[in-house]
Design a protein around this ligand. Structure first.
Ligand code: NAP
Length: 291
């Protein structure tokens, strides 16, 4: 069976790994990135480098975007001159894999429908290493028919593709997931600040915390990164602030107070103001300790 033509819009930490997997699996691939420098390795590997999202979408049966946030997604899909939707032929399958707000996903799905295309929201769990090795988990919202059509494409980038319900379902669970990660990271950073201020032995104390009830997989990863003083980004800190903000807004829409999101956002904003926004989100730990 011939493989569908795929376009990837956004070659950041995640999109570049996903594009690499698609090329390795032999899918005809078009790539677009706002900063064209990031396209060079994909051109060498045989991908078509598109001049615009519109150009990329015009050459694809399946269009996947992996962008920073709602603002980036809106610009890339809907720009009147260069937007992907303008280039997509009716019947093209559209996939938004960015972590976006549920409201935006619904708006984009409506725009896609007007264009006779169907959108799936398919954000992911897993980080840069899992994107590169094809071990992501896709959290999918949208129709079962659309998912069946694109499943072979998602399969080469993932360990699992989970259908959660109608459009917006993937985005909703992804925001809940990152809300739990974000508040944990922020409270860990506060705990580590108290630990440092109190003069306790850091190594001994962290060993107690990580071996005990608070030692979640995330706390273990973040304390290890802090101990190694390695904040090379897998997931940049400013995007965690974005996810917590979208999660809080989603809570508000449902009348659910996501109270712990607010101080966590304040911790991440403090870290961004101190210059840690483009570091890995584990850098919230040293950021809070810098007074
Ligand atoms: P990233 O490395 O910061 O890449 C962001 C991408 O968005 C880049 O291609 C960037 O283009 C593009 N972009 C940003 N603003 C834009 C705009 N206004 N117009 C056009 N393009 C724009 O982020 P990432 O880590 O790949 O994350 C991508 C998405 O996946 C985010 O929604 C993130 O929350 C989510 N996610 C990330 C992880 C992770 O561990 N990294 C895990 C799960 C989900 P330029 O190169 O030109 O800046």
């Amino acid at each position: 069976m011939t493989k569908p033509r795929v376009a990837i819009l956004g070659l950041g930490l995640m999109g570049s790994g996903m594009a690499g997997r698609l090329l390795t699996a032999g899918f005809p691939l078009a790539v677009y990135n706002r900063n064209p420098e990031k396209t060079a390795p994909f051109a060498k590997a045989g991908a078509y480098v598109a001049r615009s999202p519109r150009d990329a979408a015009a050459r694809a049966d399946v269009v996947i975007s992996m962008l920073a946030d709602d603002v980036a997604s809106r610009a890339v899909w809907l720009d009147k001159q260069t937007g992907a939707l303008g280039g997509a032929a009716p019947g093209t399958w559209l996939i938004e894999s960015s972590t976006a707000s549920v409201q935006w996903i619904k708006e984009l799905a409506a725009a896609a429908k007007q264009h006779e295309c169907e959108l799936l929201d398919a954000p992911v769990t897993g980080s840069k290493p899992q994107a590169a090795s094809g071990e992501l988990l896709f959290l999918v919202g949208g129709s079962a028919e659309a998912l069946a059509a694109v499943r072979p494409v998602l399969a080469v980038m993932s360990r699992e593709v989970l259908h959660l319900g109608p459009i917006g379902s993937g985005a909703t669970l992804k925001l809940i997931n990152n809300f739990l990660c974000g508040v944990q990271a922020a409270s860990l950073a506060e705990a580590m600040s108290l630990l440092a201020a109190s003069g306790l032995d850091r190594e001994k104390s962290v060993a107690v915390l990580t071996a005990g009830a608070p030692g979640s997989p995330l706390v273990k990863i973040l304390t290890a990164r802090a101990a190694a003083n390695d904040f090379t980004p897998n997931f940049v800190l400013r995007l965690m602030a974005k996810d917590l903000t979208y999660a809080r807004e989603e809570g508000e829409r449902h009348g659910v107070a996501m109270n712990t999101a607010t101080p966590a956002i304040a911790d991440f904003e403090k870290a961004i103001a101190a210059g840690y926004g483009d570091k890995d989100f584990s850098a919230v730990i040293p950021a809070l300790q810098k007074r």
